[in-house]
Design a protein around this ligand. Structure first.
Ligand code: OFO
Length: 160
């Protein structure tokens, strides 16, 4: 496997680790009685699986072979919904930096197809970060107001 395909293989792992983290947050929210946030995380889990699939398919299309790595056990509990979404935001920033490094590598190699494929992920990460940041912001404003928290929970539950 060439250097680029190896790096993309690592990104499949990163996307699956994202999925694993968000499924863990899904069960945390469910256990805490925040069904809306649990639903939001379930949808996020599905998105991450599709991100991993996109990159995996691309590797296949380029004649490479994906080698799945073992995933670490994700965190299972957070101190509050705010703490969980702060962790999600931090994680998305990490993923953005992984994607940007891949773009740099593709550019260095003059690998236009890979750079083009990654352009979708660059835009996606802007959206992912903005969404997580917005939820953190709202949760910070809600603070200890339980009724506002449950109202916001049901709003997040509407995510399709
Ligand atoms: Fe959350 O965007 Fe993929 O990892």
């Amino acid at each position: 496997m060439n250097k680029m395909l190896k790096a993309l293989n690592k990104q499949v792992y990163e996307e699956l680790a994202s999925a694993y983290l968000y499924l863990s947050m899904n069960t945390y929210f469910k256990a805490e009685g925040f069904d809306g946030m649990a639903n939001w995380m379930y949808k996020q889990w599905k998105e991450e699986i599709s991100h991993a699939g996109k990159i995996s398919e691309y590797i296949n299309d380029r004649g490479g072979r994906v080698e799945l790595e073992a995933l670490p056990k994700p965190q299972v509990n957070w101190s509050s919904p705010l703490a969980a979404f702060k962790a999600a935001y931090k994680h998305e920033r990490h993923i953005s930096s992984c994607i940007h490094k891949l773009v740099e590598l593709a550019r260095k190699d003059g690998d236009l197809p890979t750079e083009n494929m990654l352009a979708w992920f660059v835009s996606e990460q802007v959206e992912e970060e903005a969404t997580a940041m917005d939820i953190v912001d709202k949760l910070e404003k809600i603070g200890d107001n339980i009724s506002a928290l449950y109202m916001y929970d049901s709003l997040l539950g509407q995510r399709e």
